[in-house]
Ligand binder design. Structure first.
Ligand SMILES: Cc1ncc(COP(=O)(O)O)c(C=O)c1O
Length: 391
């Protein structure tokens, strides 16, 4: 095959964005996540980033990152098993373990990588993975690469899950995989009940708490704290790039499992360690959460509620729940991009999800109001949302 023909296979269909007259993806951001962000040079309200607690530009977090750079430089240019395992790294592992209340923790360059690498290390071809049908791409890709049997269960549906578990005999080990906050839906898994089902059927629970860590629970410790799950025996993963306002991903759980992954998870062993700035920045965020979580969460919840009310008044279909975000059920791909365009043209950045991120014709437009925004900005945003609803 000629190389030109080969590359032609990758041509991208952008016709929908052309018809709608707006491509909401890969917008160029010219600032940090400040009160207003600069998008293609224009000031916009950020309802798109996962900066739940608004700490990505907090002066204390930036200072901690700067000090770490001054002490260690910008990179240790090595994987954690080699030169990447600095004292900051070890300390953050310990801090995160005690934060989520589990024995030990590994830190990887991203939670995508954590979820992607986990399953091929902890399963074998005689195992079964039962997974929520709305699970994140990183879980699905990781599960597929494990090469064991896979059964999806209906989203957050305990009866369906139990039915599958009842019929799943003859496997060496059964795993049940889900997320805490499903951020495209705005729903939260009934994880306490899922853990109980796992106990009843001797299955191993695996939870991705990426949108729950730093947000859910009385002190921000995530889904286990939120749902009062004590003595969790399963596997836990989360992103450090959302409420924890940095980057990276963790796998936490029993010491035996973490020790094994430390040497056998290629996604950890063969990938450059997180940078000193990010390690120190995450630790600074944990310090802030420890002392200020109540106040910050209050602000975040108030803003989320105000946005929710404006969406309802504007006639949008949204779920009300405890998730720290609002997700508009926008329907078709076209309707989803049109709504994102209307918001964009009036000064709001949102996150539109179309297939394959969500099922066909079940488009979503997600809005997350970070706690760093001011009441005036939220009032401006809610006014815009109401007016769009009236159009
Ligand atoms: C549920 C879930 N898991 C994992 C990830 C990946 O996290 P990271 O950005 O740390 O790779 C995301 C990010 O979109 C997510 O929403």
């Amino acid at each position: 095959m000629y190389l030109r023909d080969y590359y032609n296979r990758f041509s991208l269909d952008k016709s929908l964005a052309e018809v709608v007259g707006h491509n909401p993806y890969y917008l160029r951001i010219d600032s940090g996540l400040d009160e207003k962000i600069l998008v293609n040079g224009q000031e916009m309200i950020d309802l798109a980033s996962n900066n739940y607690l608004g700490l990505a530009t907090d002066a204390r977090v930036k200072q901690a990152a700067v000090e770490a750079i001054q002490k260690y430089g910008v990179s240790l240019c090595g994987t954690p098993i080699a030169t990447g395992y600095i004292d900051l790294y070890q300390r953050l592992e310990e801090r995160l373990s005690s934060f989520v209340g589990l024995e030990e923790t590994l830190i990887l360059p991203s939670c995508y990588q954590a979820n992607n690498g986990l399953f091929s290390c902890i399963t074998s071809s005689q195992d079964l993975i039962v997974v929520d049908r709305f699970a994140h791409s990183s879980l699905i890709q990781g599960i597929k690469s494990a090469g064991c049997k896979i059964r999806p269960f209906l989203h957050n549906n305990l009866e369906h899950l139990e039915g599958i578990l009842q019929r799943s005999t003859g496997y060496r080990q059964v795993f049940v995989v889900t997320e805490s906050v499903f951020s495209t839906e705005g729903s939260i898994a009934p994880f306490k009940e899922i853990v109980q089902l796992c106990e009843n059927y001797h299955a191993m629970p695996v939870i991705d708490d990426s949108h729950g860590i730093g947000v859910l629970g009385k002190s921000g410790q995530g889904i286990l704290e939120e749902q009062g799950i004590e003595g969790y025996q399963g596997v836990y993963t989360a992103s450090l790039g959302k409420s924890l306002a940095n980057s990276g991903g963790i796998i936490s759980g029993k010491k035996k499992l973490i020790d094994h992954l430390k040497y056998y998870c290629p996604h950890l062993v063969y990938s450059t360690a997180l940078t000193p700035a990010v390690l120190a920045g995450t630790e600074a965020v944990l310090d802030i959460i420890r002392s200020e979580f109540g106040v910050i969460k209050n602000r975040m919840v108030t803003y989320q509620q105000k946005i929710y009310e404006s969406l309802v008044e504007g006639g949008f279909a949204v779920l009300q729940g405890k998730a720290p975000l609002n997700s508009i059920q926008s329907g078709s791909k076209e309707a989803t991009l049109i709504l994102a365009k209307k918001l964009y043209e009036r000064g709001i950045i949102s996150t539109p999800f179309i297939e394959p991120s969500v099922p066909i014709n079940e488009g979503r437009v997600r809005l997350i109001a970070g706690a760093n925004l001011t009441r005036d900005t939220i009032a401006e945003a809610t006014g815009i949302i109401r007016r769009i609803g009236d159009l």
